[in-house]
Design a protein around this ligand. Structure first.
Ligand SMILES: [Zn+2]
Length: 294
């Protein structure tokens, strides 16, 4: 791809610097896009915008197909921990909005939808992966297969959540514009994404767990807020979310940083211990619409 066509998805600047060559060898398939994939540090070609610092991938721009065919059994195996995490997130957002309709975009197998329904929200979700959507359906959760905007979810919604999704999409501004139009005038929007300027990202460099094929846009606090403002949002709260993992899952991930001969089997009881982890390397923002009275 020639850089002539390259335009920053955040600020429209055309000035970029190549910061990382592509690890794509021949072709990619859905496995490279699995949520629990281990290929840390493997990405497409990354270029940094010299104006706003946004990092965008320039050789993987047709990714939707990968998500439709995505099957990730490991993700379903960690449902219990993920549920705790989503419950905590719903509890957090309930401080801003106690009741109403909720749309979770990139809903996976409906874990967030399930947590929100349990807390009394009228929740539904959209998920591109046919396999994950089927899993949600089997559990009786209202998750529709496809991408946003979706004909089944015209809105308006009191709450829209976009958790660990925006780093997967091309033209994130279009997605945010669509969301601001689908949000009720007094609604709230919750977004979570990795922070490429976080300490963990700096320490680990390209071994940081968020550098992966599936992530094609890397935000920092400043350019994320800039894009939100540009698409009609006002950030009313910015924080760092915690995630829940079993000690076994963390142990396996930790060992994956070492060469194979140094890895050892982990005792089974670690599977039963769930701990919150806050590496402070993701950003969680709560937004309202800017011109809600206009
Ligand atoms: Zn930019």
């Amino acid at each position: 791809m020639t850089n002539k066509e390259l335009k920053c998805w955040v600020c429209d600047s055309k000035d970029f610097r190549l910061i990382k060559n592509s690890d794509v060898v021949e072709y990619l398939d859905s496995n490279n896009f699995a949520i629990t994939n281990f290929d840390y540090g493997k990405t497409g070609e990354l270029q940094r915008c010299l104006n706003c610092g946004f990092i965008q991938c320039t050789d993987l721009d047709k990714v939707v197909g990968f998500y439709e065919d995505l099957v990730d059994t490991e993700y379903e195996n960690t449902r219990k921990e993920r549920k705790l995490q989503e419950k905590r997130l719903v509890k957090f957002l309930s401080k801003f909005k106690r009741e109403g309709t909720l749309l979770d975009i990139g809903a996976g197998s409906g874990i967030m939808v399930e947590a929100a329904l349990e807390m009394g929200y009228k929740a539904e979700g959209i998920e591109p992966s046919k396999w994950l959507q089927k899993n949600a359906e089997k559990l009786g959760l209202p998750v529709y297969q496809g991408i946003f905007p979706h004909p089944n979810t015209p809105g308006p919604y009191d709450i829209i959540t976009l958790v660990d999704v925006i780093e997967h999409v091309t033209e994130p501004g279009d997605l945010l514009n669509g969301i601001s139009k689908t949000l009720a005038s007094d609604g709230i929007f919750i977004l979570v994404t990795p922070d490429v300027n976080s300490l963990a990202a700096k320490i680990f460099g390209y071994r940081w767990w968020h550098y992966r094929f599936a992530h094609i846009g890397y935000f920092n606090k400043k350019n994320l807020i800039a894009l939100l403002n540009k698409t009609g949002f006002e950030v009313i709260k910015l924080t760092r979310p915690s995630w829940y993992f079993t000690l076994k899952y963390l142990g396996i991930r930790f060992l994956s940083f070492f060469p194979k001969f140094m890895r050892f089997p982990l005792p089974e009881f670690l599977e039963r211990i769930i701990v919150p982890v806050n590496l402070r390397d993701s950003i969680l923002v709560v937004c309202t619409l800017k011109n809600k009275n206009a």
